[in-house]
Design a protein around this ligand. Structure first.
Ligand SMILES: [Zn+2]
Length: 69
């Protein structure tokens, strides 16, 4: 099973509703970042983006888990 996890605060997105909502906004978000000359690190911004500045990454079970504080 795939997991979506923030690369800064470690928040895990598990709820299917949240995940599909986030994926819907992901294309526009990526384009907005590229328009500013940035590349997205993850697939979409963390819900706590204002606080943590993190981006959500897709991991599978047993995948890479790393935490930055
Ligand atoms: Zn976060």
């Amino acid at each position: 099973m795939k997991k979506l996890i923030c690369d800064r605060c470690g928040m895990v997105l598990m709820d299917k509703g949240n995940v599909s909502m986030a994926f819907e906004g992901k294309k526009a978000w990526g384009e907005a970042l590229r328009a500013q000359g940035n590349e997205p690190r993850g697939v979409f911004p963390c819900m706590n983006f204002i606080r943590c500045g993190g981006e959500i990454k897709l991991t599978s079970n047993g995948g890479i888990f790393w935490w930055r504080h």
